[in-house]
Design a protein around this ligand. Structure first.
Ligand code: URA
Length: 232
């Protein structure tokens, strides 16, 4: 791997930024100052230091975002803001959101550059739990709890069993094990109910908890290890 790519992936900015750091003789490879940014290094066996600090190699990056309203779950758009605009410090990485939350949906969204993990997490076979708090325009009839459990026809197929708990008269907690387009909205809509607020409070075991809307954090080592089990 090229030294500049390694440094960029490790959080030292764009390739252009890291070129400057290398020029300033702040980078060593196996204790030797290097000046060539295209130097080939082995991230697993070479010891690379910046200002004498050993750099831990990260092949992939994992962030948890508390998505606010008004942002598209996409990597780019000509006119509208995307969730990646909320992580401007990492614009040099090839990040993308894992799955989609609607523009007006808030909450837990995993952002990564690990394509294989994203693919595994989104696989319909995987049944990753997703938990939502939905506020409806009317009171929720308790009778629909059973229908959520039994399944509803969407896109000509029966949805997997979903759990609906009534939190207050027009607020429900919905646990899904799949992710069809507008699924929560369409499930309620089949009973004449309109979702007026939708917040995803959990994706797999990940929750945004104290993270304010619009803010993100890097996943902990433990969380990454747990997530990577999905890759196997
Ligand atoms: N279901 C929806 O209807 N919208 C979302 O954003 C997520 C799940």
């Amino acid at each position: 791997m090229r030294l500049d790519k390694f440094l960029s992936n490790s959080g030292f900015g764009s390739r252009k930024d890291v070129k400057q750091l290398i020029k300033k003789k702040l980078v060593t490879v196996n204790d030797k100052i290097v000046t060539k940014s295209d130097l080939n290094i082995n991230p697993l066996t070479d010891s690379i230091r910046y200002d004498n600090e050993l750099i831990e190699y990260k092949e992939f990056h994992y962030f948890l975002l508390n998505k606010p309203k008004g942002y598209l779950s996409a990597t780019e758009d000509n006119k509208q803001n995307t969730v990646l605009d909320l992580l401007p410090e990492y614009s040099y990485l090839n990040l993308f959101p894992v799955g989609r939350l609607d523009k007006d949906t808030t909450g837990t969204l995993l952002i990564t550059d690990d394509g294989q993990l994203a693919h595994s997490l989104l696989s319909p076979k995987r049944h990753v739990d997703k938990i939502y708090i939905a506020t409806l325009d009317k009171d929720i009839p308790p009778s629909i709890i059973k229908t959520f459990e039994e399944g509803i026809i969407l896109d000509n197929e029966l949805t997997l069993p979903a759990k609906l708990e009534i939190i207050s008269s027009n607020v429900g907690k919905v646990t899904l094990h799949q992710g069809k387009y507008h699924q929560v909205k369409r499930m309620f809509s089949s009973f004449g109910l309109e979702v007026i607020e939708l917040d995803r409070i959990q994706f797999s075991f990940l929750t945004v908890n104290d993270l304010p809307l619009g803010k993100y954090r890097e996943l902990t080592k433990e969380e990454i290890e747990e997530l990577l089990k999905y890759k196997r």
